[in-house]
Design a protein. Sequence first.
Length: 300
Amino acid sequence: MVLNVQKDSLVTLNDGNKIPVSGFGLYLTPPDETFKLTYEALKAGYRQIDSAKLYDNEKESAEGIAKFLKDFPNVKRSEIFYTTKIFNDAHGYEEGKKGIQESLGRVAPYIDYIDLLLIHTPISNKEKRLGAWKALQEAVESGKVKSIGVSNYGTQHLDELYNWDGLKIKPSINQLELHPWLPRKDLQEYGKKHGFYLQAYAPLTQGQKFKDPDVVAIAEKHGYTAPEVLLAWSYYQGFIPIAKTATVGRIEGNYTTLDRVKLDDEDLKKLDKPESYESLTYWDPTLYKDDEINESKWKI
Ligand SMILES: NC(=O)c1ccc[n+]([C@@H]2O[C@H](COP(=O)([O-])OP(=O)(O)OC[C@H]3O[C@@H](n4cnc5c(N)ncnc54)[C@H](OP(=O)(O)O)[C@@H]3O)[C@@H](O)[C@H]2O)c1
């Protein structure tokens, strides 16, 4: 199977906006390191940066982008794709408007607008999720947010949104934990049917499967590393993986993986586990049901 994307490729979302296929993640990146890591990621070639209100590094990542644009005036703001996410406290229409304004307040002084704004999880209730989506739609109309999407939405949360008569802008993305042990075939099918992309988080399994025998065998066969094999797998699925590293020396290798690392049919077959359902982040809100709101497993 030959991939038709390269490390600097853009793919077109269902709203017409374009997103770089290679993403750089900032989960658990401390605010005081975020500025530098964002800058270094852009220097290495990344053009997609993934932050969230929850990560407490929206401002610092936006500052890193602004500094990069100042130092490299040949790169335009429009070439960089900045994602952030509103958290569960911003579910509901009024709460959503407030949460969006707060995120914009943190980043707009540096980068003017948000490329992609996601609802981080479905953890609230139907009325609040749809209220937040209404606020997101209005943010697009305001021009300060270009694309909107969801994260950690299961089919039941997506059905609710698609069946809502207030739906004007369909989600362009569902950002999910995705790797060979959690391929989520049902959500892949859903995305294909409705025309949205899946962004893969934890594509490197947070390091937990670097010693998996199949991964090691594939890596040894070609002379790759385990993280390269896992990241390549994600591209072969047609996902938009967001890889995280807080180690500057690993950024470039991760970014160039798509161009350097080729998996053959035998490798892909080895990693094909359609029935596997193993969440390695131990937190899977796609399974959330509204009557579980008070359960400790959903609290962060
Ligand atoms: N929407 C959501 O709910 C959600 C949830 C989780 C994550 N995300 C997003 O997805 C991004 C990626 O997911 P993730 O951070 O959970 O996990 P990940 O990208 O699968 O793994 C990150 C881990 O892999 C290590 N690593 C990275 N590159 C490596 C390399 N070349 N060699 C060896 N180790 C390497 C990193 O170590 P070092 O940092 O020490 O280099 C880090 O411990 C996040 O940063 C975030 O932006 C979203």
